[in-house]
Design a protein around this ligand. Structure first.
Ligand code: GLU
Length: 419
């Protein structure tokens, strides 16, 4: 049987969690359906003078807990179904982290690596213009996601400044620090993964220096997770990108690789000289490590390879890296899976701090941001951990239950339903 898509996976877990907390049927339908979906066709004059049109999306899943929040991705795989799943995950992620936000996601179906900077800028500004009235600091606040970054966010901010939108700076997060971005935002998701890893090791009585790690996906999330874990004494034995990866039993020297990430999108050129050997992404997933961090794209751990996962803990740095079937297999084998809506929340947590700073005209120090991020991550983990213990269920189901309880509570109070 085929593995479930990301949307089917999210819906199936939502269903299980809603049954578990005995949510009323009418509320179930309400929470499973996006509030608003925007489809746009983005025209771009390409460098050769031709006009290309790109399908763009913004799905605003829930505003029960606050303004919609979530990233924008540029990738050939973007379609309405993918964006729907990611928007629902954002609602759950913000709720688990205790942020005053709902959830949304946007995307444009394009091949950013084949586009020039000017074409990307033009596409981004056109997309921002088309979403002008449905974005804003109290409406919907975009941020970076796959193949978008602080530069793309500054183009969106600039477009909003030009059109005279109020609070243009606070209407997008993940901006460059010089334009009102927060210190610590760049490394936030990776830092959050690290903080959870340390806390989970503490809970299970293990030491970071005796821990081995494999990271699939060496973009902004995976690279920073590897960086912090390596700095704390873990042995990061494997890293990979879409083209494959490198393995070194004694551990890889991570800091020089992270410098590469900041400069280019293909940093893992050649590690032969440092005694590393090439491995495929499939081999990486099956490595006998303590912690496996899938930080690339969705649907990486499937029913085909889940049986071969030897890690004791899977920390989901990507959104939706494990299919529904694979999740079941991992659970049956006693692997601790820290779900995406908890594990990868660091980015949106610091996005929230950025928005707060913008609204208040403040610039917090790096250490202050990191301290607040760490305590938010640990508090969220503890809540999920305790609930999973009480219900004797997986961390994923517990995280979903916790989030749904909050969203359902807010929704029913706003609709004046009996609580
Ligand atoms: N794209 C990131 C995520 O999936 C960050 C979202 C945000 O900061 O709003 O969590």
């Amino acid at each position: 049987m085929e593995d479930a898509t990301m949307l089917q996976t999210v819906k199936s877990v939502l269903d299980r969690a809603m049954s578990e907390i005995k949510l009323r049927d009418d509320m179930r339908l309400l929470l499973a359906t996006p509030e608003r979906e925007i489809l746009v066709t983005v025209p771009v004059v390409m460098d050769d003078g031709s006009v290309k049109t790109f399908p763009g999306y913004r799905v605003q899943h829930s505003s029960a807990l606050g303004p919609y929040k979530g990233g924008i991705r540029y990738s050939p795989g973007v379609d309405l179904e993918e964006v729907r799943a990611l928007a629902a995950l954002m609602t759950l992620k913000c709720a688990v982290a205790g942020l005053p936000y709902g959830g949304a996601k946007g995307g444009i179906c394009c091949e950013p690596r084949k586009m020039s900077d000017r074409e990307l800028e033009s596409m981004t500004k056109q997309y921002a213009r088309m979403l002008e009235t449905v974005i804003g600091p109290q409406i919907d606040i975009p941020a970076p996601d796959v193949n978008t970054n602080d530069r793309v966010m500054s183009w969106i901010m600039n477009e909003r400044l030009h059109t005279g939108a109020l609070w243009a700076r606070a209407s997008v997060t993940g901006k460059p620090v010089v334009l009102g971005g927060s210190l610590g935002r760049r490394e936030a998701t990776g830092r959050g993964l690290y903080t959870l890893a340390i806390e989970l090791l503490r809970k299970t009585g293990r030491e970071i220096k005796d821990t081995t790690v494999a990271v699939q996906g060496f973009g902004n999330v995976g690279a920073w997770a590897a960086y912090f874990l390596h700095a704390a004494g873990a042995r990061v034995v494997a890293v990979s990108n879409s083209k494959g990866g490198w393995f070194r039993d004694d551990g890889l020297d991570i800091p020089p690789l992270v410098v590469g990430v900041a400069r280019t999108s293909a940093p893992l050129d050649d590690l032969d000289s440092v005694g590393a050997r090439r491995i495929s992404n499939e081999e990486l997933i099956a490595l006998p490590v303590d912690i496996l961090i899938p930080a690339a794209m969705e649907g990486q751990i499937t029913s085909r390879n889940a049986g071969g996962v030897k890690a004791r803990m899977v920390l989901e740095g990507a959104n939706g890296p494990t299919t529904y079937q694979a999740d079941h297999i991992l659970e049956g084998r006693g692997v601790t899976v820290v779900p995406d809506i908890l594990a990868s929340a660091g980015g949106v947590v610091v996005s929230y701090f950025e928005w707060v700073q913008n609204m208040m005209g403040l610039q917090w120090q790096f250490d202050e941001v990191i301290e607040k991020l760490d305590s938010t991550m640990i508090r969220s983990l503890n809540q999920v951990w305790d609930l999973a213990g009480r219900k004797a269920c997986s961390l994923r189901l517990a995280a979903y239950m916790l989030a749904i309880e909050k969203v359902a509570d807010a929704t029913s109070r706003r609709l004046a339903l009996p609580v």
